[in-house]
Design a binder for this molecule. Structure first.
Ligand SMILES: Cc1cc2nc3c(=O)[nH]c(=O)nc-3n(C[C@H](O)[C@H](O)[C@H](O)COP(=O)(O)OP(=O)(O)OC[C@H]3O[C@@H](n4cnc5c(N)ncnc54)[C@H](O)[C@@H]3O)c2cc1C
Length: 327
């Protein structure tokens, strides 16, 4: 993994920078990839996507939740956006992170929060609740929670990170759940995850094929990689896999034209729409994935607010001496 990637992943893991950035509001170009702060902003964004035949999965941004109050506030925010989706008749569902609901310090609290969300979503015409996957050390919390919930609910699913050696086992374990397949966004050790682009890409393709051939539920292929998308299009055609069985997903603000053209071709398409003030960690992971994403930030550099942010980050980095990795 390159130094560049390590640097931005380390920034994304820094609690102090995350909480400082929260106070400043989306900056450095993050406003291009975060759909605003309020529910009204998100509803407008989803309506615009739905008009283009594109669905949404909504993420209430939040990292470094350390207290019961914060976890309950996050749950309440998620319930509010679910209610807005339902009452506005939007084609959208919700992506959640267990860490935001308290899993890092109180697993029972996190479970209670998740249970309330999933139960309410089921009442909203089986609105889907996707459990985003985070760092490897939280994976067993997710699978444990899913194993409990899936005995009672059918509107739950999760994300398989193709860089993990364990991904194969998870695909086999959950043929009956709706799954999103991704390459993987975090820094993981060589003992548990592929490290090179070539290995990760090859495993991603292999897992997508295996899943599409064996799935008993819907599959989301979440990537901006046109080579993977083109491969999937050919693969489903060759194997007579109906378009109703899967979709493509991309993140809000990235490759918009490609997303719209794929939707126009008649493929199901969902955009992942993050919103809220906790934008920093999410944005740093996007910079880590692709150096070119920095152009989003550079375009904003001339703006006074952005210069202030850059100044604050530089001073902080100097004070910290070395960026501390949370893990
Ligand atoms: C909807 C969605 C949900 C996700 N959820 C999770 C999750 O729960 N957990 C997790 O760990 N990760 C998640 N991720 C992130 C994912 O794991 C990857 O880190 C991220 O998508 C980058 O990999 P990629 O497949 O998009 O392509 P990359 O490997 O980043 O890019 C491959 C190639 O595609 C082209 N390309 C990529 N982006 C662009 C662009 N913007 N413009 C032009 N060309 C481009 C370039 O040729 C590039 O070399 C999610 C991603 C998406 C899209």
């Amino acid at each position: 993994m390159g130094l560049f990637k390590n640097f931005f992943i380390a920034l994304s893991n820094n609690a102090f920078l995350n909480s400082s950035a929260k106070k400043i509001g989306p900056s450095l170009g993050a406003n291009k990839v975060v759909a605003g702060n309020s529910i009204a902003d998100v509803v407008k964004t989803i309506q615009r996507l739905n008009d283009k035949n594109i669905a949404a999965t909504v993420d209430n941004l939040g990292e470094f939740v350390n207290s019961k109050q914060e976890a309950i506030a996050a749950k309440n925010d998620i319930l509010k956006i679910m209610s807005a989706i339902h009452s506005n008749g939007l084609n959208a569902h919700v992506s959640i992170k267990l860490s935001q609901l308290g899993a890092e310090f109180d697993s029972q609290l996190a479970y209670d929060n998740v249970y309330e969300i999933v139960k309410k979503a089921a009442e909203y015409n089986q609105m889907h609740i996707n459990f985003d996957t985070e760092k490897y050390d939280s994976l067993s919390d997710i699978t444990h929670t899913l194993d409990q919930l899936k005995t009672e609910f059918s509107n739950v699913g999760t994300v398989i990170q193709a860089y993990l050696f364990k991904a194969d086992e998870l695909i086999d374990k959950y043929p009956d759940l709706r799954l999103r397949l991704v390459k993987g966004a975090y820094k993981e050790s060589p003992y548990i995850a592929y490290q090179t682009t070539e290995e990760i890409d090859a495993n991603y393709i292999r897992l997508i094929e295996k899943r599409l051939l064996n799935a008993k539920n819907f599959t989301s292929i979440a990537t901006h990689d046109h080579r993977v998308i083109n491969h999937v299009k050919k693969f489903v055609e060759a194997h007579n896999i109906d378009k109703s069985q899967f979709e493509f997903q991309m993140l809000y603000g990235f490759r918009t034209e490609l997303a719209e053209s794929i939707a126009k071709e008649g493929y199901n398409f969902t955009i992942y729409v993050p919103y809220g003030d906790d934008w920093f960690g999410y944005f740093m992971r996007r910079l880590a994935e692709r150096p070119q994403n920095l152009t989003l930030a550079f375009k904003e550099f001339v703006k006074p607010k952005s210069l202030a942010v850059v100044g604050a980050l530089s001073v902080t980095a100097l004070l910290l001496g070395k960026v501390r990795n949370k893990r």
